[in-house]
Design a protein. Structure first.
Lengths: 264, 350
């Protein structure tokens, strides 16, 4: 469905963030993109959604292809039209608008009023807390409620590929669990493809079909869930388990870092 | 948000602008009063009221551009000027009023797009400067054009309007013309935020990258916001041309643009009620100070005209400062709070 081929992204003409990143998202998959802070995960997502310009960045080399169509330098609204909708990192609700208006903004490109209305009801069904909040100003919601609004708003656009940037950021573990369950349910019922960046590596790896691990702008490891779960490096650096399945002391991290196989 | 105890059982009731029967009754009373006003008063008040309506139309336009879409615009007075000159020129060529007003609106809109094209790519102070350029260029361009086009320094005369053989050149005729378009302007400003385009304006205002990922073409929406605001300015300009019967560049200054913004801010940037209340409040204060100044001059207190004029400007500035300090969200917010308190009485508001 979506392919990134040798993509380089540069901010301000000098700071190179992505170095020949390759990534593939197949139809119906849940793909996780993991990595440390500053690895270039968000930049990858922004490159896909055409949002790099807002940060004075651009894709300098490589191609981003969606269903055979080159979207490397397309306008963000055209990319949404093509069915790729991103939920940005952080609680980016439109804070002066009500929850209902926020959700309707998601349906901006759609003209089929009846279907929009039934989609609104479906979103309320996925997130049972929302109907109560419809007339509230979105800026006054709690973090978990905002995240629901954001995902609901993205669904209102009827995406084929949903891109989530750290959906669990700042949420309590129990809420994170619920959110991931809801995302899994939405993916199944809407027949979506999901590309997700997540710091909560364990939860992400457990639920994904395929995972990519990024480091310093490069994809350093990728594979199916089973192969990632079985990979010793992933266990050590992302799941916090030692070779013998016991926890690693963080004092020894430096030593382990030197041993990372994929850098050698 | 509505206070507890007010709810509706149908979607239509929920979506109404005037929610309660009492509100509708008050509006009916107000409109009856406005319609009957020409029977009760003389031409002076009617002229003032027409002026107020024209300002209200222009500030409603500013609300669309600045309040809803968040694109700062300090050239609204120049846009009103474009509308006025267009109307003067077209009516000089013999065009009837029903053609002149829409044409003035559209041409002003087109001119605003010319400035919005570069402006939509910059934000904040830079945007303010770009629109300032539009304001500054307006008189220069008019004066530089040949005299036979737009009258240059002298200006253009405007013949009194008539519609279907009825002369509208009388004070009451112009009053009703202003009233009709002011009602139209306020009605559209109230409904715009509830539409798809209005939501897009407000989304761009809140966060343009979020608007972008939701599929809203941000640049186009910003340009559309300028265009919509200028449509109002064009209508205001056309009616002003008919009212003044003579248009010159000196009527459309940066000062007036800043006043329009001031009225909008005093009224409230976040509610369509803002432009209405702001224009009424500032005009009342201005007129009150004006007549107070006249009274002082005539009372023989020995003060010169210059001193009284300066003092009244200072007092006007203080009034606006006070309004902003005590109600930074504008008179519209104060109004909503008062209404809520009134509904909840005798229970406390918070």
């Amino acid at each position: 469905m979506l392919t990134l081929a040798n993509v380089d992204a540069v901010y301000g003409g000098v700071i190179q963030v992505l170095r020949s990143a390759n990534l593939e998202v197949r139809d119906g998959q849940m793909v996780a993109l993991l990595g440390a802070n500053g690895a270039g995960k968000t930049t990858t997502l922004k490159a896909i959604s055409g949002l790099l310009h807002a940060d004075h960045g651009s894709v300098t080399v490589g191609r981003i292809v969606l269903d055979g169509q080159d979207i490397t330098h397309a306008d963000p609204s055209d990319i949404v039209k093509a069915g790729v909708v991103q939920v940005l990192e952080g609680r980016k609700v439109l804070e002066h608008l009500t929850v209902h208006q926020n959700l309707m903004v998601g349906a901006h490109l759609r003209r089929d009023r009846a279907a929009v209305k039934s989609d609104l009801e479906r979103v309320c069904d996925y997130f049972p807390a929302l109907p109560e909040l419809l007339n509230r100003t979105a800026g006054y919601l709690s973090g978990g409620e905002m995240q629901m609004v954001l995902i609901g708003r993205a669904i209102m656009a009827r995406p084929r590929l949903l891109i989530l940037d750290e959906p669990s950021m700042g949420l309590a573990p129990i809420l994170t669990q619920q959110l991931f369950d809801t995302i899994a349910r939405i993916k199944k019922e809407e027949g979506l493809t999901v590309l997700m960046v997540e710091q909560n590596a364990r939860a992400a790896i457990e639920r994904c079909d395929y995972g990519y691990i990024m480091e310093r702008g490069r994809i350093v490891l990728h594979g199916s869930r089973q192969s990632l779960e079985g990979n010793q490096d992933v266990q050590e650096f992302y799941l916090g388990m030692g070779a013998g399945d016991e926890r690693v002391s963080y004092r020894d991290i430096k030593h382990y870092r030197r041993r990372k196989r994929w850098l050698g | 948000m509505r206070p507890t105890g007010i709810w509706f059982s149908s979607y239509a009731a929920e979506a109404r602008i005037l929610e309660t029967r009492r509100a509708r009754a008050w509006l009916g009373l107000l409109s009856a009063g406005l319609v009957c006003l020409p029977l009760l008063t003389g031409p002076w008040l009617l002229g003032e009221m027409t002026n107020l309506f024209i300002t209200m139309i222009a500030v409603c336009g500013l609300y669309v551009t600045v309040g809803m879409a968040g694109q700062i615009n300090i050239a609204q007075s120049a846009f009103v000027g474009v509308g006025a000159f267009t109307a003067a020129k077209l009516s000089g060529l013999g065009a009837p009023i029903w053609a002149v007003i829409p044409a003035a609106a559209l041409i002003t809109g087109a001119v605003s797009v010319l400035f919005a094209l570069p402006a939509a790519r910059v934000k904040g102070f830079y945007l303010a400067l770009t629109t300032l350029a539009a304001q500054v260029m307006f008189p220069i361009v008019i004066l530089a054009l040949p005299m036979s086009w737009l009258g240059g320094l002298v200006g253009l005369p405007v013949s009194p309007p008539s519609l279907f053989g009825i002369g509208l050149g009388t004070p009451s005729g112009l009053y009703f013309l202003g009233l009709a378009f002011a009602v139209l302007a306020v009605w559209t400003t109230y409904n715009l935020p509830r539409s798809r385009v209005g939501r897009a304006f407000r989304a761009v205002h809140d966060n343009d990258s979020v608007a972008g990922v939701m599929g809203i073409p941000v640049t186009r929406i910003k340009i559309a916001a300028f265009f919509a605001g200028a449509l109002y300015a064009g209508v205001a300009g056309a009616i002003l041309a008919y009212l003044l019967q003579f248009v010159t560049v000196s009527s459309f200054t940066l000062f007036a643009s800043v006043w329009y913004l001031g009225m909008l801010i005093v009224g409230g940037l976040h509610s369509p009620l803002g432009p209405v209340l702001g224009v009424i409040f500032v005009t009342l204060v201005q007129e009150g100070l004006h007549s107070a100044g006249n009274a002082i001059l005539q009372s023989g207190s020995g003060l010169g005209g210059g001193e009284v004029f300066a003092a009244s400007s200072v007092v006007l500035g203080l009034c606006i400062l006070a309004a902003l300090i005590f109600e930074p969200r504008g008179l519209a917010h104060l109004w909503t709070q008062t209404m809520t308190a009134f509904r909840l009485w005798p229970f406390p508001r918070n």
